[in-house]
Design a protein around this ligand. Sequence first.
Ligand code: IPE
Ligand code: IPE
Ligand code: MG
Length: 252
Amino acid sequence: MSDQHSKARQHSPKDGTPRHVAIIMDGNGRWAERRGLPRAEGHRQGVEALRRTVKAAIEIGIPYLTVYSFSSENWSRPRSEIADLMGLFKRYIRRDLAELHRGGVKLRMIGERAGVDADVVALIDEAEQVTRANETLTLVIAFNYGGRAEIARAARRLAEKVAAGALSPGEVTEEQLAAHLDASEVPDPDLLIRTGGEERISNFLLWQVAYAELVFVDAFWPEFGKEQLDAALAIYSGRDRRYGGLTQRSSR
Ligand code: IPE
Ligand code: IPE
Ligand code: MG
């Protein structure tokens, strides 16, 4: 077993609660359209769902939560929708930072900062700085994020070290690549939830989901909260994680 897989096993909590839950928060637009509302209203209600989910994660005692808030492919949406999403993101950080900080939430952002408006990057930097010592919940926000781009960034960082003579090509291992990802201190997700009924990864955490349990939920993201999170956790606790080996029962 490689170090990485034994690490993943160590990180599986004994009581069946995942250490790291990642969520593809999808279905805001369809939720709104079905109600004859503008898509922006779906995104606004999506922020409420995020607030409920963060609260629930703290109550349950999940140490790491990663949410997909804006993908590197979402730039292909209409300009007005991108502006709505950027506005909501900024408002969320501005309005909730103090409360998140009081609640012991450590904020981390993953994704490409180059090309993002300077005021958004400044807010991200401030949020990470203010909350860096918190320990209750690490909330990782994937913003301008693409999984392939993140792996390419890690490869570039390694290549720079090799070029500088700080690392030999033979030292480019799985562990080294993982250590150069955007939030390398965060363990791999145990559970990946996608709302909105689509069953695809959409370029999210490609490296990190290697052995995650996938749970697809029909509810649209604005409908999500503690009850839906509990339901996904119940499905997760019934899964048999084998990491290529045998079931825990038969290997005993
Ligand atoms: C998820 O909801 C939010 C983002 C992608 C930013 P969508 O906006 O993708 O909603 P649907 O999938 O069109 O319903
Ligand atoms: C994934 O949802 C991205 C986010 C939730 C931020 P999309 O709605 O962009 O994904 P596709 O287009 O359905 O694959
Ligand atoms: Mg979508």
